[in-house]
Write a protein that binds this ligand. Structure first.
Ligand code: DOR
Ligand code: ZN
Length: 427
């Protein structure tokens, strides 16, 4: 029998109301005991003195590019990046090449993911080829193990088709993840439509492109009675609409990414596509609204929208490069440094948003250190400041606007079903 004892760390497990100095015993990949001064016996001991011991993080929005663009990321490299960020479960979006629009592709990714250093869950596309014309065979894909449906990267612009998909999602008990973007309003824009777009001479994307689809999808979901989850919320009005919908009792949840409560378009120094993502960095007013919504729980979840692209593509500037930034290896550090370190949010509150809530929304066996749960554990050093160095990322993507940023909250060890899949050797 394989036993490990994680000794003396600050164990934070909000699902069980725990935040205190404790030991955790792992046996056969599961959590066997949590308590003070557990006897080591013959267990291998991991010293967690002075470190935070958290349930493994759950990132419900990543892009792993497998199949089709494995020069950008594979399921295995993406999983290694996840492990380095303390993430033990990921939900992968379906905009691969080809897209995840058929159960045979879903079977392919699950086969590959069996050897990955993270628990991998797949989102199914809503329409065939993600072309917005014809629904996928959603029941077959549900059989194959998809955990949600989405057309992430764009919206299903045909409201009637989306409404049908929502009715099927309701029957299949799958959440619908909405990327909110009205393409007719985007109209070729590449960054937020504000004075910084004027400064850089670039075409703008208005907030309304997000706002009209966020409101449309909440209205449609209310009618279809399905579970709706708004992806990467970035505007003040979307936040207000979400707050209103929740107050009405709608079954809606939402996520945002660290960059939307940290950066604004003012931070874009030049025509540098490392700052290009979709939705774009918005204004200060938007950032403050998003941040307030994360703090008061209106936005339930923090995700990365981890979107690796090659350096060559990203060197082409805002007009000619793809949207997206990587995030798996900076997400906790940014969130901790921005929200917990200044005293805006408790560490338990951050664990809720990065582990408990996404596990709950997706129905995953994660988000807690309860006895009997899989031993998915992330150990963080909260004391020592470090510098983000993309050259050290395990992701194949280096496209981040956070290079050189000083952060607290470095992942020093990640345990997946009792097995160490990441150990920081740079201490
Ligand atoms: O910035 C983004 N990149 N936003 C998306 O919605 C898609 C993603 C990607 O796949 O690169
Ligand atoms: Zn998206």
């Amino acid at each position: 029998m394989m036993e490990t004892l994680i000794r003396g760390g600050r164990v934070v497990d909000p699902a069980n109301g725990i935040d205190g100095r404790m030991d955790i015993r792992i046996r056969d990949g599961m959590i066997a005991a949590v308590g003070e001064d557990l006897p080591a016996g013959s267990a291998a001991v991991i010293d967690a003195e002075g470190l935070a011991v958290l349930p493994g993080l759950v990132d419900m929005h990543v892009h792993f590019r497998d199949p089709g663009q494995t020069h950008k990321e594979t399921i295995l490299t993406g999983a290694r990046a996840a492990a380095a960020g303390g993430v033990t479960s990921v939900l992968a979006m379906p905009n691969t090449t080809p897209p995840m629009d058929d159960v045979s592709f879903v079977r392919y990714v699950y086969e590959k993911a069996a050897a990955a250093d993270t628990h991998y869950y797949q989102v199914g596309a809503i329409t065939k080829g993600m072309l917005g014309k014809e629904l996928c065979d959603l029941p077959a894909m549900a059989e194959g193990g998809i955990r949600a449906i989405s057309e992430d990267g764009k919206s299903v612009m045909d409201a009637y088709l989306l409404r049908q998909a929502m009715e099927e999602a309701k029957e299949l008990d799958l959440p619908v993840l909405s990327h909110c973007e009205d393409l007719t309003l985007v109209h070729g824009g590449v960054m937020n439509d504000d004075e910084n777009a004027v400064r850089l001479g670039l075409p703008g994307i208005p907030n309304t492109a997000e706002d009209v689809i966020a409101s449309r999808d909440m209205i449609l979901a209310r009618d279809a009675r399905c579970r709706l989850h708004l992806c990467h919320v970035s505007t003040a009005l979307s936040v207000s609409l979400l707050r209103f919908a929740k107050a009405q009792g709608l079954a809606v949840t939402a996520e945002t990414c660290p960059h939307y409560f940290t950066l604004t378009s003012d931070d874009i120094p030049s025509d540098d596509a490392k700052f290009k993502m979709n939705p774009p960095l918005r204004t200060k007013a938007d950032r403050e609204a998003v941040r307030a919504a994360v703090l008061d729980g209106t936005i339930d979840v923090i995700v990365t929208d981890h979107a690796p692209h090659t350096a060559e593509e990203k060197a082409k500037g805002f007009r000619h490069s793809p949207f997206g930034i990587v995030g798996l290896e900076t997400s906790f550090g940014i969130s901790y440094t921005e929200l917990v370190k200044p005293g805006l949010l408790s560490l338990g509150g951050l664990v809720r948003r990065m582990s408990v809530m996404p596990a709950k929304i997706l129905g995953l066996p994660a988000g807690t250190l309860s006895v009997g749960a899989p031993a998915d554990i992330a150990v963080f050093d909260l004391e020592n400041e470090y510098t983000v160095d993309p050259e050290k990322f395990r992701s194949m993507g280096r496209n981040t606007p956070f290079a050189g940023r000083r952060l607290f909250g470095r992942c020093v060890r990640t345990i997946l079903s009792g097995r160490t899949v990441w150990e920081d050797t740079n201490l």
